[in-house]
Design a protein around this ligand. Structure first.
Ligand code: ATP
Ligand code: MG
Length: 660
C-alpha cells in the first residue's frame, strides 16, 4: 500500500440517520459541550477525567511527558492501584452490597458477587499469589474460561503490581507456550476446564503441554476447579486454587504503583499475521477505560445492568469487562458459554432474565443471529435494553439496522465503537445522547481524541474522501510498546506518517465529515486502477435480503490486476421466502447478487466470482481472516491458521470449491 495511487474510492452512500430521542438526550451523561471542552484544553480535559474518575494514592502533577516520543507517558508522578480503583473504593464508599458480577455458567449455574465479596476474594487471591512467590513486576499468564475467577485473577495481579498476560482459553498449547515465553511469566493461572457448546472442555492439559515444551520461567500453576474433570498433576508445581485462596486473609494492602507501571500484556488477535505483545500501563489506561465506558454507554451505575459479551482473552474483555465497568462501579453480566448453547436464543434469554440495559457485542455475532433468523430473539422480552454497542469489525449498515430494529426495538441508540488492542480504549464512536447515529459509521473521535484521515503523502483529506486513519495526538490509554521490542513499536506504528500513529485501517469521511471504517489497508483491492474497500462491497452484499454475512478479497487477475472474489453466507429464518432452489438455484443466487452489487455500487465492484459457503474463517475473537480467503481465491496453499477459531473451516471451503 505504498504506491502513489489515489486514496480509497468512496463508493457507498448512506442517508439514514437516527438522532437520540429528547428523553434520552436529556438524561445522558455527556453533552456536546465535552467536545468543546476537550478542544479548548485537551490535556486539561484528560487530567480532569483522571482526577474525577479514579482514586489516586499520590496525586499527579504532570499530565503528559512526551520527551521520549513515540513513547508517551501520562500522569507520571501519580500513584494508584487498579484493583483498589475497581473494587475496594466502592466498598469504602458504602456500595459494598451492590452486585458487581451476575455470572451465568453455560450449564445454567449462577453466581451473584457483590463488590464487598469481590473485594475479599481479590484480596485473598492477591495474598495467595504473593504466597507463591510472585512479586511486583513479575508476569503472570492467565488461561481461564469466562468464570468469575478470571476477573479475580486479573485484579489480584493488578493488586500486587504483577502485569498479567491473559491468553484466550481457546488457544492451543503452542500459542500459550509462545506467549508464556515472550512475557517470561513465572506463574500460570488456569482451570481444569470450562463449559463450551454444551460440553466440558479441558484447559489444564494445554498448560501441561505448553510447559513441557520447556524454556519457560514458570514455577507454579494455580488451578481453579470448574468442571471437576480429571487432571494430570505435577507435584510441587501445581496448586489448587481451592487449597490456597479461600484460606488466605481477606485483607491485603494494595501495592501503590506509579501511573506508568505495566498493568498487562495482551497479544493482538492475529487477524493479519504474527501476534504482537501489546503492553499497557495503569493510570492513563484506567482513565480512558472509565471515561469511555461511562460516556459511550451512558452508564448509570446504580440502575444499569451492563453486559459485554467479549471474552477476557481479548482487549474488549480487558477494557469493558474487567476494568472499565468495575472502575465505574457497574453491575455486569458475565456469561461463560457460547450464544447457541443449549439453544440459539441463549443470549436473549439472559437479557430477559437479568434485565440487561446496555449490551455490547461484535458484528460477527449480529450477523450470525441474522443468519439464524429474527424469530429467535423475537421470542424474548428485550424491552429492558436502552443502549447497544458494536466492536471488532466494521458493522455493515444492514446488520446495524437489524441490530437496531430486532434487538433494540427501534428505540436504543447503537454505538459503533472503533478502537484496537493498541489504543486500549474506545477512540471513535457516536455519543448516544448527542450524535445522530448512522448505520455503519463510527462517526466521530471522542472528546479528547484527535484522529484524521490522511492521503499517501500524509496530508489530511477532505469530506467525501478516503485514505489512512491516523491518530494525531497521544491519548491516555495508548499502548506503551510491544513487549520486549521497542524498535518494532516505532516501526510498526510511527514510521508510515512520522509523529502520528498509523492504525492500519482505511477510512473515509462522508459529506458530513463523519468517519467510516473501510477495512485494513492490507485488504484494499486494486481493480483496474480503482482502489476498492472490502467493507463497502461486503456491506452491499449484506444489504441484499438473502445475505447474512460476506467476505470479499482481491485475487490477482491478468486483465484487471485484481478481481473481486466474494464468499457469502445466506440468511435462514422465516422471513426469507424467495431464495431460488433446485438445480439452477445456486447459479441464480450468484447472478442476482452480482447484479445487486453492480447496481448498489457500480459495475467496477461486481465480484468476478461469488461462492456460497456455510462458514467463514474467523479469528478467536470473531473477525474474518481475509488473507486465508485470498489464498483460496488465488489457488495457493493456505497460510498460517493458528489463530483461527475453527481449523476445519478452511477445509470445508476448499471442498466446497472443488465440488462447485
Ligand atoms: P492483528 O493486529 O494482530 O492483525 P486485530 O487488528 O484484529 O489483529 P484487534 O486489536 O483486536 O486485533 O482489532 C483492532 C482492529 O479491529 C482495528 O484495527 C480494525 O481493523 C477492527 N475494528 C475494531 N472495531 C472496529 C469498528 N467499530 N469498525 C471497524 N473496524 C473495527
Ligand atoms: Mg491490529
Amino acid at each position: 500500500m505504498n504506491d502513489a495511487s489515489p486514496a480509497l474510492e468512496n463508493l457507498l452512500t448512506e442517508t439514514r440517520a437516527f438522532p437520540p430521542s429528547p428523553e434520552f438526550a436529556a438524561q445522558a451523561n455527556v453533552t456536546a459541550d465535552e467536545y468543546d471542552e476537550a478542544v479548548a484544553d485537551r490535556l486539561g480535559f484528560w487530567a480532569d477525567r483522571a482526577r474525577g474518575l479514579l482514586t489516586w494514592q499520590t496525586p499527579f502533577t504532570t499530565v503528559l511527558d512526551d520527551s521520549r516520543a513515540p513513547r508517551y507517558d501520562w500522569f507520571t508522578d501519580g500513584r494508584l492501584n487498579a484493583a483498589y480503583n475497581a473494587v475496594d473504593r466502592h466498598v469504602e464508599a458504602g456500595n459494598g452490597d451492590r452486585v458487581a458480577i451476575l455470572w451465568e455458567g453455560e450449564d445454567g449455574s449462577e453466581r451473584r458477587i457483590t463488590y464487598a465479596e469481590l473485594a475479599a476474594e481479590v484480596a485473598r487471591a492477591a495474598n495467595a499469589i504473593a504466597g507463591l512467590g510472585i512479586q511486583t513486576g513479575d508476569r503472570v499468564a492467565i488461561y481461564l474460561p469466562m468464570i468469575p475467577e478470571a476477573i479475580v485473577a486479573m485484579l489480584a495481579c493488578a493488586r500486587i503490581g504483577a502485569p498479567h498476560s491473559v491468553v484466550f482459553g481457546g488457544f492451543s498449547a503452542d500459542a500459550l507456550h509462545s506467549r508464556i515465553l515472550d512475557a517470561q511469566a513465572r506463574l500460570v493461572i488456569t482451570a481444569d476446564g470450562g463449559f463450551r457448546r454444551g460440553a466440558a472442555s479441558p484447559l489444564k492439559p494445554a498448560v501441561d503441554d505448553a510447559l513441557a515444551k520447556g524454556g519457560t520461567d514458570v514455577e507454579h500453576v494455580l488451578v481453579v476447579r470448574r468442571t471437576g474433570g480429571d487432571v494430570a498433576w505435577t507435584e510441587g508445581r501445581d496448586v489448587w486454587w481451592d487449597d490456597v485462596v479461600p484460606h488466605a486473609p481477606a485483607e491485603h494492602e494494595p501495592v501503590w504503583v506509579e501511573a506508568e507501571h505495566p498493568l498487562f500484556i495482551l497479544y493482538t488477535s492475529g487477524t493479519t499475521g504474527k501476534p504482537k505483545g501489546i503492553f499497557h500501563t495503569t493510570g492513563g489506561y484506567l482513565t480512558q477505560c472509565a471515561y469511555t465506558h461511562s460516556a459511550v454507554f451512558d452508564l448509570k451505575p446504580e440502575t444499569d445492568v451492563y453486559w459485554c459479551t467479549a471474552d477476557i482473552g481479548w482487549v474488549t474483555g480487558h477494557s469493558y469487562v474487567a476494568y472499565g465497568p468495575l472502575v465505574n462501579g457497574a453491575t455486569q453480566v458475565v456469561y461463560e458459554g457460547t450464544p447457541d448453547s443449549p439453544h440459539k436464543g441463549r443470549w436473549w434469554e439472559i437479557i430477559q432474565k437479568y434485565g440487561v440495559t446496555i449490551f455490547y457485542t461484535a458484528p460477527t455475532a449480529i450477523r450470525t443471529c441474522m443468519k439464524w433468523g429474527e424469530e429467535i430473539p423475537g421470542g424474548f422480552d428485550l424491552s429492558s435494553l436502552r443502549v447497544l454497542g458494536s466492536v471488532g469489525e466494521p458493522i455493515n449498515p444492514e446488520a446495524w439496522m437489524w441490530y437496531r430494529r430486532v434487538i433494540g426495538g427501534d428505540r436504543c441508540p447503537v454505538v459503533d465503537t472503533w478502537w484496537q488492542t493498541e489504543t486500549g480504549a474506545i477512540m471513535i464512536s457516536p455519543l448516544p445522547g448527542v450524535t445522530a447515529t448512522k448505520p455503519g459509521s463510527a462517526q466521530v473521535p471522542l472528546p479528547g481524541i484527535s484522529a484524521r484521515i490522511l492521503d499517501d503523502a500524509g496530508e489530511p483529506v477532505g469530506d467525501g474522501q478516503g485514505g489512512y486513519l491516523a491518530i494525531t495526538e497521544p491519548w491516555p490509554a495508548m499502548l506503551r510498546g510491544i513487549w520486549g521490542d521497542e524498535r518494532r513499536y516505532a516501526e510498526t506504528y510511527w514510521s508510515r506518517f512520522p509523529g502520528r500513529y498509523f492504525a492500519g485501517d482505511g477510512a473515509k469521511y462522508d459529506d458530513d465529515g463523519d468517519i467510516w471504517l473501510l477495512g485494513r489497508v492490507d485488504d484494499v483491492m486494486n481493480v483496474s486502477g480503482h482502489r476498492l474497500s472490502t467493507t463497502e462491497i461486503e456491506s452491499a452484499l449484506v444489504a441484499h435480503p438473502w445475505v447474512a454475512e460476506a467476505a470479499v478479497v482481491g485475487a490477482s487477475d491478468e486483465t484487471t490486476g485484481q478481481a473481486v472474489v466474494a464468499f457469502v453466507i445466506l440468511r435462514g429464518g422465516d422471513e426469507i421466502t424467495d431464495l431460488p432452489t433446485g438445480e439452477d438455484g445456486g447459479e441464480a443466487i450468484v447472478q442476482t447478487l452480482r447484479g445487486h452489487v453492480g447496481q448498489v455500487i457500480g459495475p467496477i465492484a461486481k465480484p468476478r466470482s461469488i461462492l456460497v459457503v456455510t462458514e467463514l474463517p474467523k479469528t478467536r475473537s470473531g473477525k474474518i481472516m481475509r488473507r486465508l480467503l485470498r489464498d483460496v481465491a488465488e489457488n495457493r496453499a493456505v497460510g498460517d491458521v493458528t489463530t483461527l477459531a475453527d481449523g476445519g473451516v478452511m477445509d470445508l471451503i476448499q471442498q466446497g470449491l472443488a465440488k462447485g
